[in-house]
Design a protein around this ligand. Structure first.
Ligand SMILES: [Zn+2]
Length: 381
């Protein structure tokens, strides 16, 4: 047995599902906090779990360079190393090799590059990427792909997608089957529906435990992202999980769930938490704004996170203006809780057949003018 996945309910194209891994059950649709360097930045593992998260993402590129996959394996694997007992999905390293490494050169064999940390030379092949993810002990392994830059000429997108499909086949062949563990293929093909569908057919021919849609949220815009999903998702196997990589803003998640996506990851809630941005049901608040300086109200009176249950906007504003670490910790905890709650609300809505109504109410609340002063909040709630 590999990964288990069951669709429990459907509402339009949206699905309410359950992913069963070696490290527990994950309710879908799900948002995965990003734990780049074996840590979700500014959070303890206990704090991450308290947001409701049962699946986090680890980054192969960062961990292979520091502290090294073999070292983590010798120390008992990534779960033990970072003290996270729930499920972990690792990316293949491909995306960050393209975005962070120096002097990278892509060939049929793989990618040669120099580390952005110390300039050391490395070769990342599909076989090595899968081996690293096995050493880390990932519950969900991702096939190595090439992330095509956007925009690129169609011929370049096509050649890149074909290379990714050959790498997908090598990735699948290198994967060692273990109970509760699985490997996902990644659909490429840029914004071209025919290339996306060819990529889907190739991946289904190889046979994966789940399917990711990659190469999006890199500047093409929400309408183009949704158009790719409209063309791609219906062609994916109906009984297997679907993962939209690197997306996104709350409105992106709602739109993608409505299009049949089950899994997401993005640095947005954690990165924003370190830059004084808070996601709320009425849009994004900037806690640096002077309008919060005298406001005793919480960020969101309905939120059960540590930031909202114990602290005022005035205090959070003070922490952010003072560059205090606690400000980043509290806002990250709030943002991850906001994302987790949003996904939980969507799961409930799908179960009740009310996702369209939920999405309309969500869009209406987000569109309400955001006032930074805060006094209005008590009046309008
Ligand atoms: Zn909160």
């Amino acid at each position: 047995m590999t990964l288990g996945f069951e669709v429990l309910a459907r509402d339009g194209k949206a699905r309410r599902g359950r992913l069963v891994t070696a490290h527990g059950v994950v309710e879908t649709p799900v948002f995965m906090p990003v734990g780049t360097a074996a840590t979700v930045k500014a959070m303890t593992p206990e704090g991450v779990a308290a947001t409701g998260a049962r699946l986090v993402l680890g980054n192969t590129y960062h961990l292979m360079l520091r502290p090294g996959a073999e070292r983590i394996a010798a120390l008992g694997g990534l779960h033990r190393f970072m003290n996270w007992s729930y499920a972990i999905l690792t990316d293949s390293g491909g995306f960050q090799v393209m975005s962070l490494a120096k002097l990278r050169k892509i060939g049929e064999e793989g990618v040669t590059f120099r580390s952005h940390l110390d300039g050391s030379a490395h070769l990342l092949t599909p076989e090595r990427s899968i081996e690293i993810q096995r050493l880390l002990g990932a519950d969900v392994t991702m096939a190595l792909d090439e992330c095509t830059p956007y925009p690129s000429p169609r011929e370049a997108v096509e050649a890149s997608m074909e290379l990714s499909m050959r790498w997908a086949e090598r990735s699948r062949r290198s994967f060692v089957e273990r109970p509760g563990h699985g490997i996902f293929g990644i659909v490429q093909g840029g914004v071209h529906p025919d290339l996306r569908l060819r990529s889907v057919a190739r991946l289904i021919g190889i046979g994966f435990d789940g399917y990711a849609v990659g190469g999006l949220a890199i500047g093409e815009g929400q309408a183009a992202t949704f158009a790719v999903l409209d063309a791609t998702v219906p062609a994916l196997p109906p009984d297997q999980p679907r993962y939209l990589m690197g997306v996104g803003k709350p409105a992106d998640l709602v739109g993608a769930v409505m299009r049949g996506v089950d899994m997401f990851d993005c640095v947005l809630p954690t990165r924003s938490g370190r830059t004084a941005q808070a996601f709320t049901r009425h849009g994004v608040l900037n806690l640096r704004n002077a309008g919060h300086a005298d406001n005793p109200a919480p960020l969101d009176a309905e939120c059960r996170c540590p930031a909202c249950t114990g602290y005022s906007r005035a205090y959070l504003h003070h922490l952010c203006r003072s560059g205090e670490i606690l400000g980043a910790m509290l806002l990250t905890a709030h943002n991850l809780r906001y994302y987790a709650d949003l996904m939980a609300e969507m799961r409930q809505a799908i179960e009740k057949g009310g996702l369209a109504d939920f999405a309309a109410a969500f869009a209406e609340a987000q569109a309400r003018p955001q006032q930074e002063s805060g006094e209005w909040v008590e009046d309008q709630r």
